[in-house]
Design a binder for this molecule. Structure first.
Ligand code: FCB
Length: 444
């Protein structure tokens, strides 16, 4: 199949359903001489951390190419663009505003609004200023309060230019990958760090939400969480899968709705416990205008005597980054979250696939990625049919970019980037996405 199709009567075929593309500052911008260093600059400079030893110094050079990139976004016919703000670009070390950095984003936001593209702004997509990491980063409770100041600065500067604010992108990745297993910046390793960092991130989210409610009450304010649903290898492994689910997934959503961490917190040794102050859960559990959900794959677990749970290698089929393609778990995830929590309107803020693209005669015929999108759009539609209140869907990503520890080796774009020439070439998946979106707009 060469196009994306949904049932004619689907909510996702209505003009009110929001389709977008997503990026993040560090992954696309470059332009590093105009901003402070962040933890990803430092991590990239550490030998052995990035698969191709690359960094974000140039990336997609979006900092200089932003106008052409917004033309590109417009040409895809999308309703919305999800971007993130680089904290070290807009705030100086003494907490004053970096006016040049703010002016950059204001130009971007104005250009989007002029084209009727809704800006969905993520305030923190992992690029913590290095000077804050030098004081402990997310292991330091103070960082949550620094985040609050940053949110106040940004919201004052941006005024009414933004459609939606998300406080954090995927606190699981920041906390677990960054401070527990160390495969992401800042690369700290230790079971005693993960849940402490997670608690300060969630606190930052709550404090940020309070600022958003005050300074920006008319935007859709919320958080973006990622989920990798956990399945048992056999029925006997159900407890192991549930434990993993609590540890990796529920840990980040339950406090927001239930003012508590999952019960497995009682099984963690004291050294791994977060430091919870009185009133923290009241701050964390701010009402949300929306919940952003990022989904790529599922994981399978078996019981392991020592480690409680062990993750199995993903079975085929997988994408180029090794993640299993298993779309029905997307539907299961959405219906399960809907059953467990009183969800606000949901936006799928990321979904997509890394594939080994080849440019042939100036074209990328990425039927594998197109197939991934087709199956996952249908999975979202199934969840809507089962009552989940989903208002939008963002493809990850607008264009190929710096894929964190994988560097530039993995391509997630619906637009191909030739890093030598910085040319952008819309892949066939991108053309199909455009056609899905624009045919819907043309409906009577
Ligand atoms: C998510 C990140 C995003 C991108 C995708 C592939 O975890 O939010 O920046 O790297 O994975």
């Amino acid at each position: 199949m060469n196009k994306l199709e949904l049932p004619a009567n689907s909510v996702m075929q209505q003009p009110s359903f929001v389709y977008g593309v997503a990026t993040a500052s560090f992954q696309i911008e470059g332009g590093i001489s105009d901003r402070l260093a962040c933890i990803w600059d430092t991590f990239c400079a550490t030998q052995g951390k990035i698969a191709d030893s690359s960094n974000g110094a140039i990336a997609c050079n979006h900092y200089n190419n932003w106008q052409a990139d917004i033309d590109l976004i417009e040409s895809l016919g999308v309703d919305a663009y999800r971007l993130s703000i680089s904290w070290p670009r807009v705030m100086n070390e003494d907490s004053t505003a970096n006016e040049k950095g703010l002016a950059f984003y204001i130009k971007v936001l104005d250009a989007l609004n002029a084209r009727n593209i809704k800006p969905f702004v993520t305030l923190y997509h992992w690029d913590l200023p290095q000077h804050l990491e030098d004081k402990g980063g997310w292991l330091n409770r103070e960082t949550a309060y620094k985040f609050k100041d940053y949110v106040a600065l940004v919201t004052k500067a941006f005024g009414d230019r933004v459609h939606s604010y998300a406080t954090l992108n995927e606190p699981f990745c920041s906390a677990y990958l960054g401070y527990e297993v160390g495969v992401h910046a800042p690369g700290k390793v230790g079971k005693e760090y993960g849940k402490k960092a997670a608690h300060h991130l969630l606190l930052a989210h709550g404090l940020g939400m309070q600022v958003l409610q005050k300074n920006s009450p008319h935007t859709l304010n919320g958080i973006v969480l990622n989920f990798t649903p956990c399945y048992p290898e056999t029925p006997a492994d159900k407890a192991a899968a549930n434990y993993a689910d609590d540890y990796f997934n529920q840990w980040y959503i339950k406090p927001i709705f239930d003012k508590a961490y999952p019960d497995i917190i009682n099984q963690l040794p004291a050294s791994q416990q977060p430091e919870i102050h009185e009133g923290d859960f009241d701050i964390i559990a701010q009402p949300l205008d929306f919940l952003g959900i990022n989904f790529y794959t599922r994981a399978i677990y078996r019981t392991d005597e020592q480690a409680v749970f062990e993750q199995l290698p993903p079975p085929a089929p997988t994408t180029d980054i090794g993640w299993e393609i298993y779309p029905s778990s997307f539907t299961d995830l959405l219906t399960d979250l809907h059953a467990r929590y009183p969800l606000p309107p949901v936006y799928i803020t990321e979904n997509g696939a890394a594939m080994a693209d080849t440019l042939v005669d100036g074209k990328v015929n990425d039927l594998d990625r197109l197939d991934y999108y087709q199956q996952h759009l249908v999975a979202v539609n199934h969840a809507i049919e089962q009552g989940v209140n989903i208002h939008g869907y963002f493809a990850w990503s607008l264009m190929d970019n710096f894929e964190w520890a994988e560097g530039y080796l993995k391509r997630f774009g619906i637009v191909y980037v030739d890093y030598e020439s910085q040319a952008r070439i819309i892949k066939n998946s991108g053309l199909a996405y455009r056609d899905l979106i624009t045919s819907r707009k043309n409906k009577p």
